[in-house]
Design a binder for this molecule. Structure first.
Ligand code: GDP
Ligand code: IMO
Ligand code: MG
Length: 429
């Protein structure tokens, strides 16, 4: 297995960016395969902090990076992110970055609609990033999307724009909004096309060629399994499949290309946005986790909700993504806790569950069954070898492995790139 597929195994923000950056040193190509600029992946390299939303994290090391067809692409955001990184000394050119021809575009009215719907939903709102992700995926599935390859054929877009305006103008009227300004849309697309087109390539071909040459491909998932449109806490999810299987459909490399599936798992649990969260701690514990872990959203700045480690959810993620091994991140945030709790099952009414049932009402009522484990007073922050970890921290890791039925491959002990313990090299498998 020469390739590695990185996915989030909780509700996102598990530290995927740090781990992808760390692994990308050994990769020949890094590929995003779903989501869009709703993601926020943080990389810390010495004094520098890079926050990537749309660009694959491998770009910071200059590794060839590709945006696969499964990603929804806001071309104006793309241009801004390229400029932001250039300001940080990372040069992005068609030599090191490719965009799939078939990526659907996120257009300004998608962003409007995302916000209008959230504002109209009151207590029922999803808590989206308001970046137009859901509406853009809806148009893809509705066969109305304008795609990246259309930017090279703007004089041949009338029928597609008819489809789009027929759909969106009716929705916009319902919200009291003016119809789409067709001339403005075409002018905006014409203006951005010149910037995007040089990056556009048949990414599926690039990846298949890399595979046949025995090169190492690193797939970078966004969000997490519990935000997956099918397997997550629906409807409080994102609008794409976030599971590892999407690495294949979202890039055009067959399912045998995924390689080692590395699930990124935070040593506790966080969630940003609305929806059920059985182990949430709206108390001193949650406050302490949030402060020690700096749990604020990378994209929206919102405070992340925090709680104990939920082994039931991670076991479920391991199953639905076919996770080979996990990277356990933010272990250092637990330093100094006298006692740690791990959720090992749920009670819903008088029934017990060893998985999270599908219905939102059941999920909202699920009460965690905890086991307790003693914490450690020593520091793990900055540890770079297993021998640096206190015995009690090792016990915590071993218990997690047992409960989720999956081995720990990497442990991360600070935001810094090299504060990482390698237990087993996922590329070597
Ligand atoms: P992603 O969306 O999965 O890439 O994760 P984010 O970047 O949104 O959030 C993870 C946050 O935790 C970032 O600020 C990282 O710099 C930070 N981080 C990653 N690994 C560790 C770790 O092991 N310890 C600590 N303290 N912070 C970490
Ligand atoms: P990374 O890749 C955490 C959440 C939003 C909201 C829901 C739907 O950094 O882990 P959307 O804008 O996608 O329609 O919002 O999904 N969400 C994330 N939460 N990390 C992310 O990405 C997220 N991307 C979306 O907060 O609850
Ligand atoms: Mg994030």
């Amino acid at each position: 297995m020469a390739n590695v597929t990185v996915i989030g195994a909780q509700w996102g923000d598990e530290g995927k960016g740090k781990i992808v950056d760390w692994l990308s040193e050994r990769a020949d190509v890094v590929a995003r395969f779903q989501g869009g600029h709703n993601a926020g992946h943080t990389l810390v390299v010495g004094e520098k902090v890079y926050k990537l939303s749309l660009l694959p994290s491998g770009i910071v090391r200059g590794t060839l990076s590709v945006i696969g067809n499964g990603v929804v692409l806001d071309p104006w955001h793309f241009r801004d992110e390229v400029a932001k990184l250039k300001g940080q000394g990372v040069e992005i050119t068609p030599e090191n970055l490719q965009i799939a021809e078939t990526c659907p575009l996120i257009l300004p009215f998608h962003r409007d609609l995302d916000g209008l719907r959230e504002d109209a939903s009151g207590a029922g709102k999803i808590g989206t990033t308001r970046r137009g992700i859901g509406p853009a995926y809806e148009d893809k599935v509705g066969r109305r999307a304008i795609r990246v390859c259309d930017l090279a054929h703007l004089d041949d877009l009338d029928l597609q724009v008819d489809r789009l305006t027929a759909h969106h103008d009716a929705l916009r009227a319902g919200f009291g909004e003016a119809p789409i300004d067709r001339a403005q849309l075409m002018a905006d697309l014409t203006e951005i096309a010149a910037f995007i087109l040089p990056f556009v390539k048949p990414v599926w071909l690039t990846l298949n060629k890399a595979k046949s040459e025995g090169k190492r491909i690193l797939f970078e998932g966004a969000q997490g399994t519990l935000l997956d449109i099918d397997h997550g806490t629906y409807p409080f999810v994102t609008s794409s499949n976030t599971v590892a299987g999407t690495a294949a459909s979202g890039t055009g490399l067959g399912p045998n290309g995924a390689g080692f599936v590395l699930g990124i798992v935070k040593a506790y649990t966080t969630r940003v946005g609305s929806g059920p969260f059985p182990t949430e701690q709206e108390n001193d514990v949650g406050q302490r986790l949030g402060e020690r872990g700096h749990e604020f959203g990378t994209v929206t700045g919102r405070k992340r909700r925090c709680g104990w480690f939920d082994a039931v959810l991670v076991r479920q993620s391991v199953a639905v993504s076919g996770v080979t091994g996990i990277a356990l991140t933010k272990l250092d945030v637990l330093d100094g806790f006298e006692e740690l709790k791990i959720c090992v099952g749920y009670k819903i009414g008088d029934q017990s569950f060893d998985y999270l049932p599908a219905h939102a009402q059941d999920q909202a009522k699920a009460e965690p069954i905890y086991e307790s484990i003693a914490g450690w007073s020593e520091t793990t922050a900055g540890a770079r070898s297993w021998a640096d970890l206190p015995a009690q921290a090792i016990k915590y890791i071993r218990r997690i492995e047992e409960l989720i039925g999956c081995p720990v491959t990497l442990v991360s002990t600070s935001p810094e790139r090299d504060d990482t313990i390698l237990v087993r090299d996922p590329f070597a498998d």
